[in-house]
Design a protein around this ligand. Structure first.
Ligand code: ADP
Length: 165
C-alpha cells in the first residue's frame, strides 16, 4: 500500500522551517500533499494562490509532492486523497497544547487518520511565518529564513507599504 501523507498549514508564507519538515516527510512517505488550509476567519498577508505558488517554486526539486489547498476539514481532504497520515512540526512546548487538541479532534472525526510529529531542527526552532512577516515589515534581512521567492515577495509588499521604489 502506498503511504500517503498530508503536510497542512497556513504557510503565510512558507519558511525554511516548513521546507525542512516537507523534505524530511518525502523521505518517509511515498507521496506528500502540501495543503494550504484556507481559513476564512484568519487574515493572511498572502492569498491562497500566492502561498501555493511560493510552495511550488520552493519544492520543485521534489518529485513526490503535490501542492494543493482546501477550505474544508482536514479529515475530509485526507479522505479525498486517501492519506493515512498528517505530518505536523513541533518547535517548542508552546506548540504542544494546540497540536494535541488538533490531533485529538482529527482522531475523533476519523479514527484511521494518524498525526505524526516531526521535531524542528534546532536552527529553525524560533522560526515562524509571523516572525518573518514582522521582521520583513521592519525591513530586517530574512534571506536566510525563507526561500528566495518569499523574500522577494516580502520585499515587494514592503515597498508598496512604505512607498519606496
Ligand atoms: P498553522 O496555522 O496550521 O499552524 P503554519 O503554517 O504556521 O500553519 O505551520 C504549519 C506546520 O508547520 C505546523 O505543524 C507548524 O508547527 C510547522 N512549523 C512551522 N514553522 C516550523 C519550524 N520552524 N520548524 C518546524 N515546524 C514548523
Amino acid at each position: 500500500m502506498r503511504k500517503i501523507a498530508i503536510v497542512p498549514g497556513s504557510f503565510d508564507p512558507i519558511t525554511n522551517g516548513h521546507i525542512d519538515i516537507i523534505e524530511r516527510s518525502v523521505k518517509i512517505f511515498d507521496y506528500v500533499y502540501i495543503v494550504v488550509m484556507n481559513n476564512v476567519i484568519k487574515k493572511t498577508l498572502f492569498s491562497v494562490t500566492e502561498r501555493m505558488e511560493f510552495i511550488k517554486q520552493s519544492t520543485n526539486d521534489l518529485t513526490n509532492v503535490q501542492v494543493d489547498y482546501t477550505e474544508g476539514l482536514l479529515v475530509e481532504y485526507a479522505k479525498k486523497v486517501q492519506a493515512q497520515v498528517v505530518v505536523r512540526g513541533l518547535r517548542a512546548v508552546s506548540d504542544f497544547e494546540y497540536e494535541l487538541q488538533m490531533a485529538s479532534i482529527n482522531r475523533l472525526l476519523n479514527e484511521q487518520l494518524e498525526t505524526f510529529f516531526v521535531m524542528t531542527k534546532t536552527k529553525y526552532s524560533f522560526l515562524s511565518s509571523s516572525i518573518v512577516k514582522e521582521m520583513a515589515y521592519y525591513q530586517a534581512d530574512v534571506t536566510d529564513l525563507v526561500p528566495e521567492v518569499v523574500s522577494a515577495a516580502l520585499a515587494a509588499s514592503n515597498t508598496k507599504k512604505h512607498g519606496k521604489i
